[in-house]
Design a protein around this ligand. Structure first.
Ligand code: FMN
Length: 379
């Protein structure tokens, strides 16, 4: 029997050849939302990584919903053309059966920020900052601007922007669309009591705080054809006393399933810098396991999943249906090939690179990262 990590999976209407997913990863390298050659090389490499699915980075549904000046968007025809070119090229070199998804989102009060390598703080005068928006006029942290409270007309505009971005994604040919409801961005700030203090129908009880994210999910589901998988990245915990808890992830997942979403990816944090997060291998997997068990929706786990055996165990135990890897994939863009070797599974490789197969190239044993490599563990 093949290792469960390499068994196929039906993600709603989409068949994945294995359980490995390249997690969405902002490259902060776009020009007014348009992908370029950086994204081309990045996604071409990820398409050959051995993962069954590649999810494209958080892509803004409107211009002011970008995190940084370098974030990708799907708010203009130029954005759509640029992304279509990159995805077509990535498909051209992808291993057989690889599926592509795109994460769409709105940065809310964490928009107008520097790229991480510039400091990751709020843009200052002279850096071409822009006005940020949120459910309530509460800044992300000290040194961040007070966002403007969104009026009902703004919410209608943003919901429409999600729908239009999803339609652009469908035209590009993505097999999956993922709504970004985590990491302190707009939809998460509606769900979390830490950031939503409105006095209207979008706030108060847990149910009302979920109402705007659910309204967006409903509108996007109605606009996306049935053969495209729709999912969301959600929060397993805000990691603070008064923030979201794993039970909230279950409640949200049940509601998303009811609306017709096909999957959730359970992440955490990103909403409060003071939160103490016990980061370590698989630290968010228990949230995914709880959601999968209690909400009964296809579930993806993420967060410090580094080693093939660890990833295989998560799927074997039934803690998650899929595992997403971010930094380990940047570190080793052939992670899937190496995981297959480690688990004794054959996967297709491009014939041009066939000679690196360990049976044909004894040197492989010398260059493979060791299981106990400290650098990989502390990524
Ligand atoms: C360079 C980089 C960019 C990221 N961009 C996104 C993003 O666009 N959307 C998202 O939901 N998470 C993003 N993340 C978080 C990852 O998807 C992932 O959840 C996180 O890194 C934990 O997984 P890991 O331990 O495998 O890296 C990013 C992470 C990295 C390292």
């Amino acid at each position: 029997m093949t290792a469960p990590l390499f068994s196929p999976f039906e993600l709603g209407p989409v068949r994945l050849s294995n359980r490995i997913v390249v997690a969405p990863m902002c490259q902060y390298s776009a020009n007014d939302g348009c992908m370029n050659d950086w994204h081309l090389q990045h996604l071409m490499a990820m398409a050959m990584s051995g993962a069954g699915m590649v999810v494209v980075e958080a892509t803004a549904v409107e211009r002011l919903g970008r995190i940084t000046h370098g974030c990708t968007g799907l708010y203009s025809d130029d954005n759509e053309r640029a992304m279509a070119r990159v995805i077509a090229a990535a498909r051209g070199v992808a291993l057989p059966g690889v599926k592509f998804g795109v994460q769409i989102g709105h940065a809310g009060r964490k928009a107008s920020a520097q790229r991480p390598w510039e400091g990751g703080r709020a843009l200052k005068e002279g850096d071409d900052p822009w006005t940020t928006y949120a459910p309530s006029p509460l800044p992300f942290d000290e040194g961040w601007p007070i966002p403007e409270e969104l009026a009902d007309a703004d919410l209608a505009r943003i919901e429409k922007a999600f729908v239009q971005a999803a339609q652009r994604a469908v035209r590009i040919g993505f097999e999956a669309v993922e709504l970004h409801m985590a990491h302190g961005y707009l939809l998460h700030t509606f769900q979390s009591p830490l950031s939503n203090r409105r006095g209207d129908r979008w706030a108060g009880s847990a149910e009302k705080r979920m109402a705007f994210p659910l309204s967006v999910a409903r509108a996007v589901r109605a606009a996306v054809p049935g053969d495209v998988a729709l999912g969301a990245r959600i929060t397993g915990s805000d990691w603070t006393e008064d923030g979201l808890k794993p039970e909230d992830a279950v409640t949200l997942s049940r509601a998303l399933k009811e609306i017709g979403l096909d999957f959730v990816c359970v992440s955490s944090g990103g909403i409060a810098l003071k939160a103490k997060i016990p980061v370590g291998p698989g630290y968010q997997v228990p949230f995914a396991a709880k959601v999968r068990r209690e909400a009964g929706i296809a579930t993806r786990a993420v967060g410090m999943i580094l080693e093939p055996a660890q990833a295989n165990d998560i799927v074997t135990r039934g803690d998650a249906d899929l595992v997403a890897l971010a930094r380990a994939m940047l570190d080793d863009p052939r992670w899937g090939w190496h995981a297959a070797e480690a688990l004794g599974v054959e996967i297709p490789r491009p014939p041009q690179y066939a000679r690196v197969a360990p049976a044909l190239w004894p040197g492989a044993a010398l260059v493979r990262p060791r299981e106990d490599d400290e650098f990989r563990r502390s990524a």
